[in-house]
Design a binder for this molecule. Sequence first.
Ligand code: 13P
Ligand code: SF4
Length: 304
Amino acid sequence: WARHAPYVIAINKLKAERDAVILAHNYMTPDIYHGIADVVGDSLQLAIEATKVRAQVIVQCGVHFMAETSKILNPAKTVLMPDMGAGCSLAESITPEGIAQMRARFPGAAVVSYVNTTAAVKAASDVCCTSSNAAQIVAAMPGDTVIMTPDQYLAQNVAKQVPHKRIVWWEGSCIVHERFTAADLRDFRAFQPDTTIIAHPECPPDVVAEADFSGSTSGIIEFVERHRPAKALLVTECSMASNIADALPEVEFVGPCNMCPYMKMITLEKVLWSLHSMTTPVEVEDSVAAKARVAVERMIALSR
Ligand code: 13P
Ligand code: SF4
């Protein structure tokens, strides 16, 4: 903390001067999560919080699609990305042309796109979803067939929860969660049988099947807080355990985790520079933003 303190103090002072609020995803490092964030949460919580912001400036501590979502919901506000290179393998895997291809292959099927997509892809979709509401959104769609993009594994995991729908998917994946294997989890359980295993639904379905619980990043935090297992293996991004470990001393966080190289591009130094120089504002073209807003707001309405 001694190394981080000067940045934390400077950022919090500048935040007030700039009338700014910091929205931070659960995958941010503890210095950001505990030191400077005004709101922390999963993708759905951050999208909902973005609709309530009073401040003129939003600094998005997360990846680019999250900043775009905040801008879509707040077109008159300035939304700053501390590093425009913070992308996402899922968002990069699909374009509006991909959505058009899926619509051509499955005529009449509703398109449910994960929030981990560009504004242009959201604009081409009927509704968005996150990992915490995907099953609910899919179940609410009309017709037998639902197109889910771009996360093949989230789609396959949702298919098990919504068996009365035929779900077809785009073949994108998250580079963090696709690396976990069911064999690794089985080996881990054989080695430490008293471990509670909790997996994010961006993991392949055979990995989720090995877990005791699966949920969004905030769902995972709530589960651990409620059950307080003696040992917990969080099959997700590494900062999750780091952010909650201090408040849960009775829980031992064990096992492997994977780092998201995009999320880790956001640092205190870059947030300070972002607030100082007011860079880089995220822009979404008006006609794209208007259509994408419909898909995001429909998701928020269906999640209530
Ligand atoms: P959630 O926080 O919505 O579970 O999403 C995880 C993720 O990978 C965001 O990039
Ligand atoms: Fe994208 Fe996966 Fe990183 Fe989330 S963890 S931002 S889904 S690459």
